[in-house]
Each structure stands twice: as C-alpha cells, then as structure tokens.
Ligand binder design. Structure first.
Ligand code: GRF
Length: 206
C-alpha cells in the first residue's frame, strides 16, 4: 500500500466523529493516519480520545489571540509542524477564513449534520424540524471559502419522525455520520478524482 496520508483533525467538543476516524484508521488498509488533533476548546472530551489513542494533541484557543488571522496562523503552524496532507474538521465550531482554506485546499474535509445545501450553519437539526422536512441526514464535503458550501463527497439520509426533537434527530443522524465520514475519507484519499464544475467525479483506478 502507498504510504498513508497524514491527517490533522480539528475539534471543539465531544469528538464522537474523531473516535469513528480513530477506529477506522486502525484497519491495516485505511489510507490515512491521524497525526495530530487540535481543539479550540480547553478540556474538550475529544482531547481525551486523542490521548487514549496515543495521538499528539494541542489546544489552541481562539480566545488567546487578538483576531482570527493570528488564531489561524497558529493553527496553520501546528498543522505544518505535523506535516499534514489533509485537514479534517470533526465538529470544529469556528468558521475558517480564506487564509486558512488556501493553506490546505482542496484537502480539507467537513462533516455537517444536514443534507446540504439544506440547512447550512448551526442549529440545523432544530431548523430541519421547524421547516417540517420528512428526511434529513448528513453530508461530507470538501471545504471551500463559503459556509458548508464545498463539493459533496458523500451523504446519508435518515427519516424525521413525528415525535422527534432536536436531540433525537441529532442522535439518528450521528449514527450515519460515524459511518459515512470514515468511508468518504477512505474514498477521497484512495481514489483518483476530479472536479467537474462543482461535482466530484471519481475515476476508477485501471
Ligand atoms: C456533529 O454532528 C458534526 O456533524 C457537527 O458537530 C457534531 C460534532 O459531534 N459538525 P462530535 O464532536 O463529532 O461528537
């Protein structure tokens, strides 16, 4: 197998998607390994998960810095130090500016808990319920300079039930997140692909 790609993961919270990636990367044929985890929140449970898996981690709080530019420079410096090939956003709750995006694009991935382009941003399970959709789900996409607007790699749908609240819907979506995020990362890293307009087209290796 080709050398594994080096992945840096950005988190802000409990890190259940990080855990799904750690577990997937345990497979001998997974094309990537997580070389570092950065949290912008001190004490995030995701940091415990990194520690338990012997993955280097860092806390870089946006509060330590005067502005977004300095915060992002610190993120970029740490990721470069780890020599990452890919950046994975796994529940990272800060919007990144074009400075950060340009440092790593197109190799930045995000998981979002709605069927994009419906319901970008935050509070999306409640937004889906309020709208009255019958189906929601999750999306893995390349990150571009917009908010949740990049080319889509994978999606999974779940039903919305009459008695759902934001928590029950989020829990049903999360099960699918944990399934499609590692699968999408495996796919985008190991298969040749190109962009046709905003569509990602995978070319089967000969
Ligand atoms: C997930 O629902 C993810 O889609 C969203 O934030 C949540 C993070 O959960 N961006 P976790 O920290 O991975 O458990």
């Amino acid at each position: 197998m080709a050398e594994r790609q080096r992945v840096g993961v950005l988190v802000s919270g409990r890190g259940s998607n990080l855990q799904a990636l750690i577990d997937a990367a345990g497979a001998a044929d997974f094309p990537a390994r997580i070389v570092g985890v950065i949290s912008n929140k001190r004490g995030a449970y995701a940091l415990e998960r990194a520690r338990a898996a012997d993955i280097p981690s860092a806390t870089i709080s946006h509060r330590q810095f005067e502005g977004r530019a300095a915060f992002e420079e610190a993120l970029i410096a740490q990721l470069r130090d780890w020599q990452v090939d890919w950046v994975v956003l796994a529940g990272f709750m800060r919007v990144l500016t074009p400075t950060f995006i340009r440092a790593f694009a197109p190799r930045i991935l995000n998981i979002h808990p709605s069927l994009l382009p419906a319901f970008p941003g935050v509070g999306v399970q409640q937004a889906a319920l309020d709208y009255g959709v019958r189906v929601s789900g999750c999306t893995v996409h390349l990150v571009d300079e917009g908010t949740d607007t990049g080319p889509i790699i994978a999606q999974a749908a779940v039903p919305v039930r009459d008695d759902d609240n934001a928590e029950s819907l989020a829990a049903r979506i999360l099960v699918e997140e944990h399934r499609i995020f590692p699968a999408a990362i495996r796919q985008i890293i190991s298969k040749p692909w190109r962009l046709v307009g905003r569509r990602i087209v995978f070319e089967d290796a000969p």
